[in-house]
Design a protein around this ligand. Structure first.
Ligand SMILES: NC(=O)c1ccc[n+]([C@@H]2O[C@H](COP(=O)([O-])OP(=O)(O)OC[C@H]3O[C@@H](n4cnc5c(N)ncnc54)[C@H](OP(=O)(O)O)[C@@H]3O)[C@@H](O)[C@H]2O)c1
Length: 420
């Protein structure tokens, strides 16, 4: 009768980014129905970021092989690739992992905020499309609340720096009088937002470009900066001293030839910070005289070094998670008992109402006050008889004793073991 919560994941911990990307599920809504139909899952939430592709599921009959087959077919992969990249956890370990995610402990940059927003979006989408249900909705709501509380109480998110702020800091450290330099930001996505926020906060002027001018304009309205046309930028890198590049373009936008041309026209060097993964800047530009190139790995390494304050808090957060996960596990197990408890209460209450009506009509009672007293009496009798066994069933379920649930199902003639 008990339900299993499953977490299956491919993350940066086991898989380099170029392998990780292959597991991406493009049609998430379609995937939800495929996983439900073919792998014994009856609830599903998919979380995808540039560092992880994760699926949480609820199942009584999870079939790992069929699950891999389904994912392989959705992503167009051979099943063998899963052997080295896929991790699967169930129940306690899956809850523990989700708490690490919401608290920021499993992030590449420990304590970073973005993952919490990405998880909130994932459960909202799953909820709206009915891919998730009572179990996963409860699990995610609780995990998000715990993660937020842990972050606030431990300060794990403080004292650190985002890749965006680090990139700006590196530019400041490497370039004299950055305030007087021409800065260009290529991209208008999440990472560009972090860069723009940091530039804005430090009072730098900057230009922003994206494939469509409208998108750059909208971006600049909220994030600051001056929108510029993409085509003009690609043929005119010589107009800029510093480039921040954060796009998901599958090819180099900042090519060797374009930068060679730019350098020929410029008198001074340039600094290029490529925050993209896969890279959007051809690494060979680093060999051009006067060009200082930093890529995401180098920026992330600097971020890590800056993380000492956060890393000191990791142990505290781990301790809190270890305490919270047992409470979370108990409330998830308790959910297993709820359909039976609800069913028993409903059945007994309808019997009570039926008998009450019969008795009142036999008494031919019209006095509202007396009717109320008799009704309250029936409720009190039912409540005092049923509450204790139902609470014991809930407790047994919490404590992982499904046997009592089985017995209670037989006793109360609860024949809905296939309920989801
Ligand atoms: N999000 C993270 O946590 C994180 C952390 C570190 C690094 N990164 C890396 O940073 C990069 C950007 O990530 P993001 O999260 O900011 O992505 P995002 O929010 O999806 O934004 C992607 C940006 O790339 C642009 N773009 C896509 N294809 C393009 C193309 N062919 N030519 C020019 N521009 C193109 C999009 O502009 P349009 O409006 O033109 O589509 C958009 O501005 C990625 O390579 C990612 O791996 C992400």
């Amino acid at each position: 009768m008990s339900q299993n919560i499953i977490n299956a994941r491919v993350t940066f911990r086991n898989s380099p980014i170029h392998i990780l990307e292959k597991f991406t599920i493009r049609d998430v809504e379609g995937a939800y129905s495929q996983f439900k139909e073919h792998s014994g899952l009856d609830e599903c939430v998919i979380i995808q970021t540039c560092n992880r592709i994760e699926l949480f599921g609820k199942s009584r009959n999870f079939d790992q092989e069929k699950f891999k087959k389904t994912w392989a077919s959705l992503a167009g992969l051979d099943e063998e690739i899963f052997d080295e990249n896929l991790e699967i956890d169930e129940n306690y370990k899956a809850f523990h992992h989700l708490l690490k995610l919401t608290s920021g402990l499993d992030s590449m940059v420990v304590g970073e905020e973005q993952i919490l927003g990405q998880i909130k979006n994932a459960i909202t989408t799953a909820r709206n499309t009915k891919a998730s249900g009572q179990h996963l909705n409860t699990l995610f709501d609780k995990a998000i609340r715990i993660g937020t509380r842990v972050r606030n109480s431990s300060g794990i998110g403080q004292g650190g720096i985002s890749v965006g702020s680090m990139a700006v800091k590196l530019a400041e450290e490497n370039i004299d009088e950055l305030k007087f330099k021409k800065i260009l930001l290529i991209g208008t996505g999440e990472v560009s937002t972090l860069v723009a926020k940091s530039l804005q906060r430090r009072g730098y002027n900057f230009a922003v470009t994206s494939r469509t001018l409208e998108r750059s304009q909208t971006f600049c309205e909220t994030m600051g900066g001056e929108p510029v046309k993409f085509e003009n930028v690609l043929s005119g890198f010589e107009n800029y001293d510093v480039l921040f590049v954060a796009t998901t373009a599958p090819y180099f936008l900042v090519t060797y030839d374009r930068i060679t041309n730019a350098v020929e026209k410029r008198k001074n060097g340039m600094m290029i910070l490529d925050l993209s993964n896969p890279r959007t800047v051809d690494e060979r530009v680093a060999t051009i005289g006067g060009i200082k190139l930093m890529n995401l790995d180098q920026i992330a390494e600097m971020v890590e070094k800056n993380m000492n304050a956060r890393l000191n808090k990791v142990k505290t957060v781990e301790n809190i998670i270890n305490e919270e996960v047992t409470v979370l596990e108990a409330s998830m197990k308790r959910l297993d008992a709820e359909p039976l408890v609800k069913d028993v209460f409903q059945n007994i209450d309808s019997l009570r109402k039926k008998e009450l009506e019969k008795a009142l009509s036999m008494l031919d009672e019209k006095d509202e006050k007396k009717i109320k007293i008799i009704e309250e009496l029936t409720k009190a009798v039912v409540e005092s008889i049923v509450s204790t066994p139902m609470n014991n069933i809930r407790k047994a379920s919490e404590q992982g004793e499904p046997d009592l649930l089985e017995v209670a199902s037989k006793l109360f003639d609860y024949n809905k073991t296939e309920q989801k």
